[in-house]
Design a protein around this ligand. Structure first.
Ligand code: F6P
Length: 547
C-alpha cells in the first residue's frame, strides 16, 4: 500500500471530509482569532489561508500527516545535497544556487559552492561587460538586444522574471524570448533587430531540445546572412548548458558557455546561468537581490516551525482541497500586471513536477496528485472566467496575489485594482443567498414574481476556497521569495504524495514519436504502422502540401 494511505493521519482526515464539505467556510470565522491563526508574514509577503475549509482539527491532522510523511528529513536531505531525485540519481540543489550563507553544500562528498560562486562571478563579469559596452558585436557596435532561445524551464523563468521586474530595468538592453518551434515567433523577433547589435543566449540544459536547436540554427543563419563571417558567432552567441560538447559542436566558443549542472532541474533553474537574461536586463545587483529573496525563503522553510511555515501552509491547503476534497484544479490570479506570466511559469513548475501516478517505488498511487494549474491576470480574468469560479458546479481553489504598492504607480489606478482584489475573495467565500437577493431586488422595486424567477440565477453559493498573498511591493527580493515559496510547496506536496517530483519522463514519449514522424513528413512516405487516425491525418497533410 502506498505510504500516504498507511499513515494514521490519513484515515483520520478521511473522516473529516464530510464535515468539511458541509461546513460553510465563513462560519469558521466565528473563531475571532481565525485570521491571526491562519495568516503569517514572511519577508514582504502576508499569506492568508484562513478562507479554506480547514478548522483547527483538520490543520492539526494535516500537520501530523506531513510529519508522518517525513518532511523534516526530506527537507534536510534536499538542502544537504542528498540524491533525492531517485529515478535520475541526482541531487536537487536549486537552493544551493542561491545559498548566500557561505555554508558548504556537499554532493557525493564534494562541496558545490565553489563552482556555483565561480559561475556567478563569470555571469557578473560578462553582464557588466555587455551592459557597459566593453563586450561588443563583431563589427564593434554596442549590444542593444538580448534574445534568449530556450523552452520550458530554459525560457519560462527568465521570461516571467524579466517581465515582472521591468520597472527595475534601465534602458541599457532590451530582452526578447523565442521558445516556439513555429517559425512565426523567431521571424517576428528577428524582424525588429539589427544583427550587429544582438546577443543570442542559447539556453538548454541538455542542448538536444529540438525546438531550441532549430531556433538557434535559424538565428545563426540569420546572423551569417548579414555578416558572412563565421567568427561573428563568437561575439553574438553565448550558451547556457551542461552539455559542453554539444554546444561546442554547434560552434559556440568554450569561453562563451555558462555552466549548468545535473543537480539543477530545468524548471528550478532561473537561479543559475539560465537567469543570464535577467542579469543582463536588470543588472547583476538586481539578480543578486532575487537570489537573496529566494534564500531568505529557504531559511524560513528550513527553520520555521511547521505550524507557522508558509510553504507548508501552501502545500497543506492544496493537499486538503485536491487530494481529500477532490478539487483538482487551482487558479493562480495575480492582481499585479507585471506578474502576467506567473501562472504559466507555475504551470510548468507544478504540473511537470507533480503530474505523476506512481510512488517512488513505482507502485500506482490510489489518490490524485498534482493539480491542474492555470490562470491569468485576475482583473482580466474577471471579465472572462470568473463567472465559472463564482457559479459553476466545479469548485476551483484560487491563489490571489496582489501588492500594497504598485511598482509603477499611476494616479487613481491601484486602489481601484485592489478593491477588486479584496471584493473577489470576499464574494467567493461569502456568496449571496436567496434572501439577500430578494431583499436587494425588492429594494430596487422589482415585481415579486420576477424576483422569484431571477433568484436561482443570481444566488452565489460561495464557499470557494482562496489563499491571499499580499506583497509589500513586487521588487526583486520579494519576487525571489515568492517563487521559492511555490517551489517549496511543490516539493512538500511531492514528499506527501510519495512521488518523484524531479523527473519528467512524461514529456519524452511525444518527443520520440515526433522524431520518427519528421522524416515521413519530409519524404511524404507515411508508414503503415501508425494508428488509422494519425496515418490519415498525416497523409492528408502531405497531400495538401504537395498541391
Ligand atoms: O519539457 C521538458 C523539458 O525537459 C523541461 O523539463 C525543460 O525545462 C525543457 O524541456 C527544456 O530542456 P532543455 O533546457 O534541456 O532544452
Amino acid at each position: 500500500m502506498p505510504q500516504l494511505t498507511r499513515h494514521p493521519a490519513w484515515t483520520s482526515l478521511q473522516e473529516q471530509i464530510a464535515p468539511a464539505l458541509e461546513t460553510p467556510i465563513k462560519s469558521l470565522f466565528s473563531d475571532p482569532d481565525r485570521f491571526d491563526k491562519y495568516s503569517l508574514k514572511v519577508q514582504n509577503i502576508l499569506l492568508d489561508i484562513s478562507r479554506n475549509p480547514i478548522n483547527d482539527g483538520v490543520m492539526n491532522l494535516l500537520l501530523q500527516l506531513v510529519r508522518e510523511a517525513g518532511i523534516e528529513q526530506w527537507r534536510e536531505r534536499m538542502f544537504e545535497g542528498d540524491i533525492i531525485n531517485s529515478t535520475e540519481q541526482r541531487a536537487v540543489l536549486h537552493t544551493a544556487l542561491r545559498n548566500r550563507s557561505g555554508t558548504p553544500v556537499l554532493v557525493r562528498g564534494k562541496d558545490v559552492m565553489p563552482v556555483i560562486d565561480h559561475e556567478l562571478k563569470r555571469i557578473r563579469v560578462f553582464v557588466n561587460a555587455v551592459r557597459k559596452g566593453r563586450w561588443r558585436g563583431h563589427s564593434g557596435k554596442r549590444i542593444t538586444d538580448v534574445v534568449n532561445i530556450g523552452i520550458g524551464g530554459s525560457d519560462l523563468g527568465p521570461r516571467m522574471v524579466t517581465q515582472a521586474l521591468k520597472p527595475y530595468a534601465d534602458d541599457t538592453l532590451r530582452v526578447h524570448f523565442v521558445s516556439n518551434m513555429d517559425g512565426v515567433e523567431i521571424a517576428n523577433v528577428l524582424r525588429e533587430l539589427n544583427p550587429e547589435r544582438v546577443l543570442f543566449v542559447v539556453a538548454s540544459k541538455t542542448f538536444t531540445t529540438s525546438e531550441t536547436i532549430t531556433n538557434a540554427e535559424t538565428a545563426r543563419n540569420w546572423l551569417m546572412a548579414s555578416s558572412f563571417d563565421r567568427r561573428a558567432v563568437a561575439k553574438h552567441f553565448v550558451a547556457v548548458s551542461s552539455n559542453v560538447e554539444a554546444v561546442k559542436a554547434f560552434g559556440i566558443a568554450p569561453e562563451n558557455i555558462f555552466q549548468m549542472w545535473d543537480w539543477v532541474g530545468g524548471r528550478f533553474s532561473l537561479w543559475s546561468a539560465i537567469g543570464l537574461p535577467i542579469a543582463l536586463y536588470l543588472g547583476f545587483r538586481q539578480f543578486e537581490e532575487l537570489l537573496q529573496g529566494a534564500h531568505d525563503m529557504d531559511l524560513h522553510f528550513r527553520n520555521a516551525p511547521l505550524e507557522r511555515n508558509a510553504p507548508i501552509w501552501m502545500a497543506l491547503t492544496t493537499l486538503w482541497n485536491s487530494t481529500f476534497l477532490g478539487r483538482s484544479s487551482q487558479a493562480i490570479l495575480p492582481y499585479d500586471w507585471p506578474l502576467q506570466k506567473f501562472s504559466a511559469y507555475l504551470q510548468q513548475a507544478e504540473m511537470e513536477s507533480n503530474g505523476k501516478s506512481v510512488d517512488r517505488d513505482g507502485n500506482p498511487v490510489p489518490y490524485s496528485t498534482g493539480s491542474i494549474i492555470w490562470g491569468q491576470l485576475g482583473i482580466d480574468g474577471q471579465h472572462a472566467f470568473y463567472q465559472y469560479l463564482h457559479q459553476s458546479n466545479t469548485i476551483v481553489p484560487a491563489d490571489f496575489i496582489g501588492s500594497i504598492e504598485s511598482s509603477t504607480p499611476v494616479q487613481g489606478h491601484h486602489e481601484k485594482l485592489m478593491a477588486n482584489f479584496f471584493a473577489q475573495t470576499e464574494a467567493l467565500m461569502a456568496g449571496i443567498s436567496a434572501d439577500d437577493v430578494r431583499r436587494d431586488l425588492t429594494a430596487k422595486g422589482m415585481a415579486a414574481d420576477e424576483i422569484e424567477r431571477l433568484i436561482p440565477h443570481k444566488v452565489h453559493r460561495g464557499n470557494r476556497p482562496t489563499n491571499t498573498l499580499l506583497l509589500d511591493r513586487l521588487d526583486p527580493r520579494t519576487l525571489g521569495a515568492l517563487i521559492a515559496l511555490y517551489e517549496h510547496k511543490i516539493f512538500i506536496l511531492g514528499v506527501i504524495w510519495d512521488i518523484c517530483s524531479f523527473d519528467q519522463w512524461g514529456v519524452e514519449l511525444g518527443k520520440t514519436l515526433a522524431k520518427n514522424i519528421l522524416p515521413e513528413l519530409q519524404s511524404g512516405e507515411i508508414k503503415p504502422d501508425h494508428d488509422d487516425s494519425t496515418r490519415n491525418l498525416m497523409q492528408y497533410f502531405v497531400e495538401k502540401r504537395r498541391q
